[in-house]
Design a protein around this ligand. Structure first.
Ligand SMILES: [Fe+2]
Length: 197
């Protein structure tokens, strides 16, 4: 039996197949990586409920998988109604794909005199949309739930163990504040029990 056969279908098998295919591509990320994420978020039948739970006070970041060599990590971001991130950076490449609801992204960059400025209009990502960010293409943004009355969820892939990366949030004047996000969960989805086959 091959993994390819096991990975037909939905549920966590879909996430397992994504992780396997993403690892096989290797880095740096490109169109093929984005296509894999686009296919993953095109189906909303695989994210276990435990990793889709909002918190009443702030957005949650659940680790779904971390590569054994920390080459990439996969996270579900869960926004309660109206929740948003501060302005922040990542210091590694990232891909975001919207699974449920919608989110609004505001991008920032540095002006010639060192001020933190908006680098374009706010834009909205709908279910199935995939967007890249990172040090080479723009690494600072804030993200908010587009809805004030429902949960939104997006799936993120980062080029590191993102919850352990030392990075920064920024206030409106561009002053950085040290930030290591961690994760909301202590246990991961079990992708590897293949006994149902
Ligand atoms: Fe971000």
């Amino acid at each position: 039996m091959t993994l390819a056969l096991v990975d037909a279908g939905s549920g966590v098998a879909r996430l397992r197949g994504f992780i396997r295919d993403f690892a096989e591509l290797g880095g740096p990320p490109g169109a093929s990586h984005a296509a894999l994420l686009r296919d993953l978020v095109a189906h909303d039948d695989w994210l276990p409920d435990a990793y889709a739970q909002p918190d009443p006070d702030r957005y949650r970041q659940y680790l779904l998988h971390c590569d054994s060599r920390e080459r990439f990590s996969v996270v579900s971001f869960v926004w309660g109604p109206g929740q948003r991130t501060p302005i922040h950076d990542h210091r590694t490449w990232g891909l975001v794909g919207v699974l449920r609801g919608a989110e609004v992204v505001r991008n920032y960059g540095w002006s010639g005199d060192g001020a933190l400025i908006r680098t374009g209009p706010a834009h909205r990502l709908e279910p199935g949309d995939v967007e890249a960010f990172g040090p080479d293409i723009g690494d600072i943004h804030s993200v908010s739930n587009a809805y004030d009355d429902r949960v939104s969820i997006s799936i993120h892939v980062y080029g590191d163990n993102i919850g352990a990366v030392q990075r920064a949030t920024y206030d409106s004047a561009g002053r950085p504040k040290r930030f290591i996000s961690g994760y909301a969960n202590d246990s991961l989805p079990n992708l590897w029990d293949l006994s149902s086959r």
